[in-house]
Ligand binder design. Sequence first.
Ligand code: DOR
Ligand code: ZN
Length: 336
Amino acid sequence: MVISIDSPLDMHLHLRDEEMLDIVAPLSAETFSGGLVMPNLVPPVTSKEDVRSYRERIRKAQGEHRFIPYMTLFFKSDYSPEFLESVREEILAIKLYPAGITTNSEGGVSGFDLEELSPVLGVMSDLGIPLCVHGETGGFVMDREAEFIPIYEMLARHFPDLKIVMEHITTKAAVEALDRYENLYATITLHHLYITLDDVAGGLLQPHLFCKPIAKRPEDREALLKTALAAHPKVMFGSDSAPHPRDKKEAPGCAAGVFTAPIALQGLAQLFDRHGALDNLQAFVSDNARRIYGITPIEKTVILEKTPWLVPEIYEGTVVPMFAGQSLEWRVLSAE
Ligand code: DOR
Ligand code: ZN
């Protein structure tokens, strides 16, 4: 059996910089038509020059593959209206991190004081720049996302014209919030559709499945699965593929992030096939994002075939993918 996906999009992607960028950019660019590139570099992407030069580095690293890096800016509450207007054409969204909540987010927002955030959010709303949010509080790790929902609701209510994307949702609570506000959207990763906390820490600790937000309970995964498999119109695929060198993962103080870029489409095909939902894969992995973000991606036809495929143990001796050394039921036959 073969299926064809038209211009797959990864609407939440970490490409990093330097050597890691050179390793991972071609892997996304090979099978995806475009990706929303996260700005949490060190230092983060906060100026027009940062955006432009990072885009250039990505384009260089992606090689011959046709791929659009859709750029983001790291949210700062002191951006001026003039700056936002001038950077509008360079970016697709602005990404907001609570300070210190995950990798390289130290310069993020503390406290969620509406008065402090409103000037920038108001201008973003006026200019039609979507806000992508890492929605976790500093509370108990399993409750962080659910505790953040009232903040999403406050933002959605105060800025009804601002598109707010709840990134990498992991809970039933977030799924339920989606339908309460017209301007709330969400991305869902591959790994949160497959795993629960049990897969991370229920047996021997699995550092390559450790990420933020941490995988939750079976009922949460069920809610995510139901939403993704139905290709809920307000939900998009965003891998949150977050590569770290192997020695930073297989270490005390394991870095958070699951590297899924090179196995994402195969993993999605397997999942949607197992649940009899292959007809909805196109919408989940491309059409919804086109509509929500109003983008027209590069045309790329990806043919997937239902044939066992052995996932590499490691890429370039550096970065270990999800399902390393395991067999997936689908492989990419061609992408052009
Ligand atoms: O697990 C994660 N890794 N979650 C994030 O939010 C950031 C990411 C990273 O950049 O490594
Ligand atoms: Zn991320």
